[in-house]
Design a protein around this ligand. Structure first.
Ligand SMILES: C[S@@+](CC[C@H](N)C(=O)[O-])C[C@H]1O[C@@H](n2cnc3c(N)ncnc32)[C@H](O)[C@@H]1O
Length: 188
């Protein structure tokens, strides 16, 4: 997906819509840096969550070392500073990675959605499980017009949006693409 954009000279816009402590957004940012081979890839990530406490941790970019132990040594070396002295046992993400992300509080259940499209990707992983199907449908129907025609919606492994098949078509277990022409009288 990022490689596709690498060829068309555009800014790639991604929304991590329930970003919790930021791991998802940072991993998208690290992937972008690796994909484009640049510390300033043409990628902007909006990362939101309803919980301002998790957002504070996300913004700090500081984690206990155990939180990154599943990353490769190369990634750890490339993207993190290891804490020393009083900070021993923690790591801090490099500022170049943080610079790609804007963290903001946002409730997916809010009436007003300040997020502007067009977006290349929306990550909405492991949060829909908190909502009933009609609420999920309402949120999905608000994601839909924000996504580009070739944009993608990423969900969690246990999340299925079969009840919103008129909005999103599955592209594999956790990836969905918007059904084109939804709401414009086109075929669903
Ligand atoms: C299980 S975490 C998922 C984090 C991340 N997306 C992932 O998959 O690793 C769920 C997150 O959804 C957030 N959340 C719950 N209700 C929300 C809402 N109404 N609007 C935005 N975020 C919400 C929680 O604060 C929490 O950080």
């Amino acid at each position: 997906m990022l490689k596709r954009c690498a060829n068309d000279n555009k800014i790639f816009r991604i929304w991590s819509s329930a970003c919790s402590t930021g791991e998802e957004a940072y991993s998208i940012a690290m992937t972008a840096i690796e994909t484009f081979g640049s510390w300033s890839p043409p990628v902007r990530i909006l990362a939101t969550d309803v919980d301002t406490n998790v957002l504070e941790q996300a913004k700090s970019g500081i984690y206990g070392s155990e939180r990154i132990e599943k990353l490769s040594d190369a990634r750890i070396k490339h993207f993190f500073f290891k804490g020393k002295g009083a900070r021993l046992g923690s790591v801090k993400i490099r500022p170049e990675v943080q610079a790609l992300i804007q963290f903001k509080p946002f409730n997916l259940l809010a009436n007003a959605w300040p997020v502007k499209g067009p977006l290349d990707a929306v990550f909405c992983r492991n949060v829909m499980i908190y909502f009933d199907k009609p609420t999920q449908y309402q949120i999905l129907s608000r994601f839909h017009p924000l996504l580009k025609e070739r944009g993608l919606l990423y969900a969690g492994h246990s999340e299925s949006f079969q009840h919103a098949a008129d909005l999103f078509k599955s592209q594999g277990q956790t990836i969905f693409k918007p059904v084109l022409g939804h709401g414009k009288g086109a075929a669903k």
